[in-house]
Design a protein. Sequence first.
Length: 429
Amino acid sequence: MQFTAFVIALGVFVGSTLAAPLLENVEDARNGRIEIVKRTGEDGEFKKGLLCESTEGVEEVRGYFAVGENIHLWFWYFSARSNSSTAPLVAWLNGGPGASSMIGLFQNNGPCHFPANSSSSSPTRNEQSFNNVANMLYIDQPAGAGFSYGTNDTEVNAINSTPRAVPYVYDFLQAFLAHGEFAHLAERKFGVATASYGGHYGPELVRYIQERNENGRGQTKINLAGLAINNGLFDYGIQHPAMADYLLEKKVLDEEKYAEVMADYESECAPALHTCEETDTDADCANADDKCYSAVEGPLGDLQEYVYDVRGMAFAPPTTYIEWLGKNVDAVGNRTEYRSSSNAIFNRFIGTGDTARSMIPLLSEFVQTNVPTLIWAGDQDVICNYIGVRKVAESVEYKGQAVFKQQDVKKWTVGGTEYGLFKTQDNLS
């Protein structure tokens, strides 16, 4: 599946009274989530003007919102190239955990990019940008990823799991939609689009939004209209064996090595995942991550030059944007050095076993609310490959599951050109 087709699919993402920021600690009843404390709001002056986008009339805004007193989350906003006054608002989150959403902006789906094999040191227009059809909001999170930062190490280090990261994103959205610059977007249809570790972030965030909408604890009711997850990581128990399945299909593994890896999965990884599911303790889930990495992900990853594309590093997107950002600090408006990914964040999440916890139950809860959900995958990714992603989608429990699972995939053509394969039942595709 290619971006042209997905931009069309993004069109499925088709209000409220604004109030004061949150002012007190509240322990959430579910999963011990912490609601963000103290004042949230505008954090200095925003930078405006076309720096990435080249389409006249498109609004481009960059800057920070303070979430609490110590956390400063960076964003880059682009209005839609067409029908911006009615187009939905879509928030993009990269995964990691600890990856910057500027990766998505400059390497995947933003208004500008640095094409492979180009000698240009400046970005060029991306004709397949998601803002062809949606107002796009790219957010660096949690603090320490990309340009986002925190001024209190204790608070920053406490953001060590998906349930602890998501409330900061939610309060960021509240501040964003309450601000005069963006308040006209408050009643628009709102979608979450994410990738990779977004298989964790996405379900957690949309359910968190729904809960706040339902119990009235959010200042602005967010008009949640869709969730899209690209090559997401949802469930080790499904997706680790699928790495072996995929590499066998691609003839990277032979039958003997495949059997060896699957035996290690069954003896080491699967029992540890079962214990993690049973106890749900950080220690047991962190142990499961370690066992599964040693048995499956590590050995299979060592066979690959580049785990995000089975064809190798020659197909990795260029990182020219990093140098460009460094040369344009005044225009961009960032306060910190750019970090495309943060090992510190990654290690904190590993340490709590967040990575080993399955998100299928929470994803199922969301799909059961009948909101359009798109789970999609490119066919060259190894680590979160299409075989595992399809099995995850077929494992989602909702009213259409049996029909969805039995369906064969069909060709997806746009304008007479085939871009991929798909199947859909009710609100899940």
